[in-house]
Design a protein around this ligand. Sequence first.
Ligand SMILES: NC(=O)c1ccc[n+]([C@@H]2O[C@H](COP(=O)([O-])OP(=O)(O)OC[C@H]3O[C@@H](n4cnc5c(N)ncnc54)[C@H](O)[C@@H]3O)[C@@H](O)[C@H]2O)c1
Length: 367
Amino acid sequence: MHPINVGIIGCGNVSSQYLNAAKFFQAFRIAALADLERERAQARADEYGVGKVLSVDDLITDPEVDLVINLTIPSAHAAVNRQILEAGKSVYSEKPLGTVREDATPILEIAESRGLRVGCAPDTFLGAGLQTSRKVLDDGWIGEPIAATAFMISRGMEMWHPDPTFFYQPGAGPLFDVGVYYVTALVNLLGPVSKVASTAVTTFSERLVTSQPNFGTRIPVGTPTHISGLLTFESGTVATLMTTFDVWASELPRIEIYGTEGTLSVPDPNTFGGPVRIKRANAPEWTTLPLTHGYTENSRGLGVADMAHALASGRAHRASGRLAYHVLDVMQSTLEAAEAEQTLTLSSRAERPAPFPLGLVEGILDE
Ligand SMILES: NC(=O)c1ccc[n+]([C@@H]2O[C@H](COP(=O)([O-])OP(=O)(O)OC[C@H]3O[C@@H](n4cnc5c(N)ncnc54)[C@H](O)[C@@H]3O)[C@@H](O)[C@H]2O)c1
């Protein structure tokens, strides 16, 4: 397969993961880099041997670039995604697609009207752990899913990220920044969500940064940091979802799915690997299952590779804008339900993406 040419806008922390992925996957290569701070793009270009460093405007209109990856901060995602599409190019965005539905809706509309594609992280649901979980569920090993729990428990990002301010602004926080992996995993396993209820609190009004280079500075908190939600799926399955940046320690599992014939323990959806564990009715103990699919290591960029194969063959891509929009709707509605102190019915839906077939060779996906 001839690789498609990809440009990256936003050359911060996560960009190295995509640049590494481009070396591994056959389907795409990085042709150009851009960042508001040009020296960041230049540094990555030098590190990874990328030939072109351009301004954002020039990258978007560069005739060599077929697809643009948007790795800017969440508050810039929607505007940059629109700009890319308006220049006639398909886009793969880091999550979230936009910080609110109102900003994300036009992204899907422009893409549809111009015959372009929108892809969006997270793509961890394409990894070995979550694809194995999907297969086990679809093959009926725990019967019909009745309920699920999902717990994303953390004390926040200000201890490690060099520039953690954005994590505490709307469009991030524990639900949008990390809960997004959990909600995407749940939709991939259980299908679309139909209604949500929740309680959300902002425990601390500011956070003390202890990472370098901003050690000792305080950042204001503009979004809830502890959210307990209740998601009802179209299928009738009910999930309890807790996401927090306020808790030091916990022994709760990441995701469990409770079925009529047993319980499935799903691995951390912010990773690509296992373990996938099952305890079927009357089994004396839990069993760790062999992983049925590839990509156990950090494979961010798998969604881009899938999109590149999809562009070549015409099939649907899996980490789609429509899935990301539904996940955004679930997250935004969860915060709105807390504010309104009501159960809210969602207007969006997304079908579960097709699972990966078995037997793929690593580095090459299905056509
Ligand atoms: N850091 C991680 O490990 C990680 C993991 C998964 C997902 N993500 C997601 O990736 C995105 C980027 O995260 P990061 O950690 O790399 O952030 P970062 O702050 O390290 O990098 C963001 C970069 O985007 C640039 N930028 C901001 N606005 C821009 C604009 N309008 N045009 C061009 N460049 C712009 C900044 O100058 C910066 O270099 C976020 O959405 C984040 O949620 C990050």
